[in-house]
Design a protein around this ligand. Structure first.
Ligand SMILES: NC(=O)c1ccc[n+]([C@@H]2O[C@H](COP(=O)([O-])OP(=O)(O)OC[C@H]3O[C@@H](n4cnc5c(N)ncnc54)[C@H](OP(=O)(O)O)[C@@H]3O)[C@@H](O)[C@H]2O)c1
Length: 289
């Protein structure tokens, strides 16, 4: 199966569904005696089933997630893959960004990243310093594209004003259960300014993969799809929205891949937008900053 892509007016193109790596090798800390073979196998299976886009970060398992991804991808044709990594908010000073990117590339065993993101804003470090370092990395060919995560509209505009390169994507916590990016105008702003919103935690770590909510059950019947596929497709059927999910379990992986290749009707997108009955407590979510 080929995963469809979406394209910005400036030519930046990205597969609508990517695959996350957080918790591969540990959460915030590197796990000792970790059996990485299951994750490597899942990444290879993802590729065999049509996946090509992977998301990681220097922060995940203290770099171990990047190492695992690097081991899994090393025998594939790099030009057919799309790899994103992120610099942590503590490392947004000019020299730190450049050093962090080089370390990520070494752990990934790669010579460039398709997309490099600021993991979260840091008000204590001047954004012009960070963007200057991103421009340096792009000019040197170490990164192909520039993006951010968890930025509100004001920060997005400010970051864009400090670089001549286009910020192509803002990765935010967005799903049926958590609408902060829509409520705070980030989704609208990105849709109107040729920027992708990339929804992370699209199935809320499995919560949106369950039946039992009337509106979801009806749409599952209408489209002959599982709840997770409805939750994922609701995102990618919307303008300028792409997503990343994470699945080490092959059943999950197969199910999630069934979310692409079809489009939910406009009326059902709006039905879910307006009538989905539950919203997550904000304390369980990462706030936009
Ligand atoms: N930029 C940021 O600040 C930020 C923050 C958080 C995450 N992210 C990125 O976004 C990626 C995805 O987010 P996430 O991992 O938090 O959320 P997610 O994809 O919503 O949830 C992943 C969890 O749900 C399970 N799962 C996956 N598919 C399922 C299915 N069809 N049915 C039932 N359970 C399923 C997975 O289990 P198995 O692994 O056992 O299959 C895993 O435990 C991360 O891996 C990371 O790369 C970015």
């Amino acid at each position: 199966m080929n995963i469809p892509t979406k394209k910005l007016n400036n030519g930046f193109e990205i597969p609508v569904l990517g695959f996350g790596t957080w918790f591969m090798g540990g959460s915030f800390e590197r796990e000792t005696n970790y059996d990485e073979n299951n994750d490597i196998e899942a990444i290879k299976k993802t590729i065999a089933m049509g996946g090509s886009r992977f998301d990681t970060a220097e922060m995940y398992a203290q770099g171990y997630s990047e190492e695992i991804l690097g081991k899994a991808l090393k025998d594939y044709n790099r030009s057919k893959l799309f790899v994103t990594s992120k610099v942590s908010s503590a490392n947004l000073g000019y020299d730190d960004v450049i050093a962090a990117c080089k370390k990520s590339l070494a752990r990934l065993q790669m010579s460039y990243l398709d997309l490099y993101l600021i993991h979260a804003p840091n008000p204590d470090i001047l954004i012009e310093e960070t963007m200057r370092a991103f421009d340096y990395l792009k000019n040197r060919g170490l990164i192909k594209n520039i993006g951010v995560c968890n930025f509100n509209v004001e920060r997005l505009k400010e970051a864009q004003s400090k670089t001549k390169n286009k910020i192509v994507l803002n990765q935010v916590h967005y799903n049926l259960l958590f609408r902060e990016p829509a409520l705070k105008g980030v989704v609208d702003y990105c849709q109107n300014n040729d920027i992708f919103i990339e929804a992370w935690r699209p199935i809320q770590q499995g919560s949106l993969a369950k039946k039992g909510i009337d509106i979801i059950d009806k749409l599952c019947d209408k489209y002959s799809k599982a709840p997770s596929q409805i939750a994922l497709n609701w995102l990618i059927s919307q303008k300028n929205i792409v997503t990343i999910t994470k699945a080490s379990n092959l059943k999950h992986l197969e199910e999630n891949l069934g979310s692409v290749g079809w489009n939910m009707g406009e009326e059902d997108i709006n039905f879910l937008l307006n009538d989905y009955p539950i919203q997550l407590d904000r304390s369980n979510a990462v706030q936009l900053k």
